[in-house]
Design a protein around this ligand. Structure first.
Ligand SMILES: [Zn+2]
Length: 268
C-alpha cells in the first residue's frame, strides 16, 4: 500500500498541478490557480454589484470623468499588451467598470473581471492623472496577474486539513490529494510558490508600470507618487491602502530598477 502511494501521489500532484497552473504576464511566474476565471468573475460581479449598491457614488463630475478616462486608457493598454502576446483569452468574460466612491479612505482596488473602484480619499495623493494611472495600473495588474485567484487557491489548500482530506478523498481524490501534498511543500518541486503577498505586490508594481507607460503616462512619475504615500505613513494612522501597500524604500528602489524597461513602452 505504502509503495503504491509513493508512486501514485507524486504523479497525481504533477498532473493536476500542470493542469491548474497559469502564467503571470510579463514576469512569466508560474502560479497555482484552482478556481476557474469564470467562477472568480461571477463571484466578483456579485460582490461588486453589492458594493456599488451599498456605497455612495461620487457626484464630482470631473473626478468621475477622470477615473473613467484614466481607467479606459489603462484598460486599452492591457488589452493591447495581451493581444500582442497571444494572451487575450485571459481577458475572456471581462466586463470593465470604473467607479469613484465618496469615501475618505485612501484606497482603490480592481476585482477579477475588471471591476474597479477608486475612493475619493486617494485623489489628494494621486494629485493628477499620472498619479491615478500609477494606482490604476497597479490595481488592474493585480487582477490581470490573477492574484485574487491565487490567494483563494492557497486558501483552499490551507483549509484542507487532515480530517477534511479524508472526507474530500471520496469525492475528488486526485484534486484533494494534490491540494494536501502541495500544502506540505511537494508543489515546490514543480515551481509553485507558497503565498507571498510581497511578491504579488512587487509583481503588481512591475506590471502596473508597463501598463501605465503603454497608456501614455510617464512611468517615472510612479516614484514621486510612492514618496507621497510614504510621507503619509508618517502620520498617526496609516491609510487603508498602505496596510496592503507598504510604501517603503525597498518598493521605491525596486520601481526605480524597473523604470528603464517600463520607459521603453512609454509613448510620448
Ligand atoms: Zn497592491
Amino acid at each position: 500500500m505504502k509503495i503504491i502511494k509513493l508512486y501514485i501521489i507524486p504523479l497525481l500532484v504533477m498532473s493536476v498541478l500542470f493542469i491548474q497552473c497559469s502564467t503571470v504576464p510579463i514576469t512569466g511566474r508560474k502560479q497555482l490557480n484552482l478556481i476557474p476565471a469564470s467562477q472568480m468573475q461571477s463571484l466578483s460581479y456579485q460582490q461588486y454589484g453589492d458594493f456599488i449598491k451599498t456605497n455612495k457614488l461620487s457626484k464630482d463630475q470631473n473626478g468621475i470623468a477622470m477615473v473613467k478616462r484614466v481607467g479606459v486608457r489603462v484598460q486599452t493598454a492591457v488589452e493591447q499588451y495581451m493581444a500582442q502576446n497571444n494572451m487575450s483569452s485571459s481577458l475572456a468574460g471581462y466586463n470593465w467598470e470604473f467607479n469613484l466612491v465618496e469615501d475618505a479612505q485612501v484606497n482603490a482596488w480592481c476585482m477579477p473581471g475588471g471591476k474597479v473602484v477608486v475612493y475619493t480619499g486617494i485623489l489628494p495623493i494621486t494629485k493628477d492623472e499620472n498619479g491615478l494611472a500609477v494606482v490604476l495600473g497597479h490595481e488592474i495588474a493585480h487582477a490581470i496577474a490573477q492574484h485574487g485567484d491565487e490567494r483563494m487557491s492557497q486558501g483552499l489548500i490551507t483549509q484542507l486539513g487532515g480530517m477534511a482530506l479524508q472526507e474530500a478523498i471520496s469525492t475528488k481524490p486526485a484534486v484533494t490529494q494534490q491540494i494536501f501534498m502541495t500544502a506540505f511543500g511537494l508543489g515546490s518541486q514543480v515551481g509553485v510558490l507558497l503565498p507571498f503577498s510581497r511578491l504579488q505586490e512587487s509583481e503588481a508594481d512591475h506590471l502596473g508600470l508597463i501598463f501605465m507607460a503603454m497608456a501614455g503616462y510617464d512611468p517615472n512619475l510612479a516614484v514621486p507618487f510612492w514618496q507621497r504615500m510614504s510621507s503619509m505613513n508618517a502620520g498617526q494612522k496609516p491609510p487603508e491602502f498602505l496596510s496592503d501597500h507598504p510604501a517603503d524604500a525597498t518598493r521605491i528602489q525596486d520601481i526605480q530598477k524597473e523604470l528603464p524597461e517600463a520607459t521603453k513602452y512609454y509613448k510620448h
